[in-house]
Design a protein around this ligand. Structure first.
Ligand SMILES: Cc1cc2nc3c(=O)[nH]c(=O)nc-3n(C[C@H](O)[C@H](O)[C@H](O)COP(=O)(O)OP(=O)(O)OC[C@H]3O[C@@H](n4cnc5c(N)ncnc54)[C@H](O)[C@@H]3O)c2cc1C
Length: 403
């Protein structure tokens, strides 16, 4: 599967991570992580920190999947608004999901502080504006339920939104607890850090093709015919995890992003806030860590990479038109554009934990617009499970939720 195309900004901004180490013999390991994107990197970090020796396998170069294409906004707000989620799942569980995402942003920040590395993590506010009358109703309801559960949220009416952010819309929700990151820089550094400490072995360009359960764990078979025996296996294979799942749990879609040429600082809005809207699919905006503007959205409900790429030029024009409508005074000129595979679940939540009955196979599938905050939760939850510590969050992110 082609996970992205075009030129994701992070590939140009960062030095390409050169590491080539295909598996060329049969090996045995305690814990194997399949996937070296941001999820695999965070899982490796949590497990290594807990004293577990890990082996990470990726069929591509390190972090050359969706994490390279990610626009990497970090929000506690899930794609399904809380006032909608409570209609699908129990209110306490929905609130638990929102609170877990809130905590996750701080936990991501702390992971990188603990290794003394800055992956261009920046705390910024977030503005969720009403795209239309329906959106206006939604943000009012959403404000009430978030207030009820003491989640950080402020309400800006039409006038306040215009004065503070220069956005003409029917009002918005705002919070000061969001962040943004460079997911490529973050994941590659984390993997590099643990390789240097000798607690993580990494095999790239090694595709796990088949797997079978053994009395003591799993035997994985690579496409080149090598065997990996392990006690526990963690599937952090992103949107290509389908082959490891007994049942399809997500819908794969396509999404688009553009980045501007640098603009004068005077054009950057209040505190470089993240901006998104109530309409589906939503338009979203962030800055890089300097003064470029990233705009994304225009999701399509298909994942055929050829069809996805054919639409790229048209989608660039639409995204440009939308940003110009929102901020007519900003001289936005696209520098790079890309598109990628994305996925969603029925309730907007990821799948983390064991498939019922598979005690040594763990899934870290951070699907949805909060993929990266979910990756952090997955890393902690799996570490807890492997350490025999009960983690309440499995109730809402596990495969058996809603039963
Ligand atoms: C354009 C775009 C914008 C996004 N914006 C945001 C955002 O603003 N905020 C946010 O939180 N999330 C966002 N996301 C989602 C987020 O990027 C993903 O949730 C996240 O990158 C997934 O990381 P991952 O490590 O799980 O997957 P990946 O980065 O895809 O890593 C999985 C790895 O597994 C490897 N692999 C797969 N199958 C096998 C196999 N059989 N054997 C060996 N290796 C295998 C792949 O090669 C890959 O490297 C966005 C995604 C896209 C595409």
């Amino acid at each position: 599967m082609d996970l992205y195309s075009g030129l994701p900004y992070w590939m140009a901004k960062n030095q390409l991570y050169n590491y080539f180490n295909p598996l060329k013999s049969n090996i045995a390991a305690d814990v194997v992580i399949i996937g070296g994107g941001i999820t695999g990197a965070l899982v490796a970090h949590e497990l290594c920190r807990a004293g577990m020796k890990c082996t990470l396998i990726d069929k591509r170069s390190i972090t050359a999947g969706s994490s390279t294409a990610s626009t990497a906004l970090l929000q506690y707000e899930i794609d399904t608004p809380l006032c909608e989620m409570v209609k699908i799942i129990d209110e306490n569980l929905a609130v638990m999901a929102y609170k877990a995402c809130l905590q996750s942003i701080t936990d991501i920040e702390n992971v990188f502080k603990s290794i003394n590395f800055d992956p261009d993590f920046e705390k910024v506010p977030s503005v969720y504006y009403a795209s239309n009358k329906k959106g206006e109703k939604l943000i009012k309801k959403e404000y009430e339920i978030r207030k009820k559960h003491k989640l950080p949220v402020d309400f800006l009416d039409k006038k306040e939104l215009l004065n503070k952010y220069g956005i003409k819309a029917l009002g918005s929700l705002e919070n000061n607890v969001s962040a943004q990151i460079d997911a490529y820089k973050a994941a590659t550094h984390l993997i590099d850090y643990h390789m240097a400490k000798n607690d993580l072995s990494v095999f790239t360009h090694t595709e796990v093709d088949k797997y079978s359960e053994t009395p003591k764990g799993y035997e994985l078979l690579t496409i080149d015919g090598y065997k990996i025996k392990c006690k526990n296996v963690i599937i952090a294979a992103g949107f290509e995890a389908g082959k490891f799942l007994p049942k399809q749990v997500m819908n794969l879609t396509s999404t688009y992003a553009i980045i501007s040429e640098p603009v004068d600082e005077k054009y950057i809005w209040h505190k470089r806030s993240l901006i998104w809207e109530t309409q589906e699919p939503y338009l979203y905006i962030r800055t890089d860590n300097k003064n470029r503007i990233i705009v994304g959205g225009e999701d399509e409900e298909f994942r055929n990479p050829v069809k996805r790429d054919e639409l790229l030029r048209k989608k660039v024009s639409i995204l440009e038109r939308k940003i110009k409508k929102l901020f007519p005074h900003i001289p936005f000129k696209t520098d790079m554009a890309w598109c990628g595979t994305f996925s969603s679940t029925k309730d907007g939540l990821p799948y983390i934990g064991n498939w019922p009955g598979k005690k040594r196979m763990f899934y870290a599938l951070g699907y949805g617009g909060n993929g990266i905050t979910f990756s952090m939760i997955a890393a902690q939850l799996i570490k807890n499970k492997l350490s025999g510590v009960k983690d309440e969050r499995e109730k809402v992110f596990g495969f058996e939720r809603g039963k």
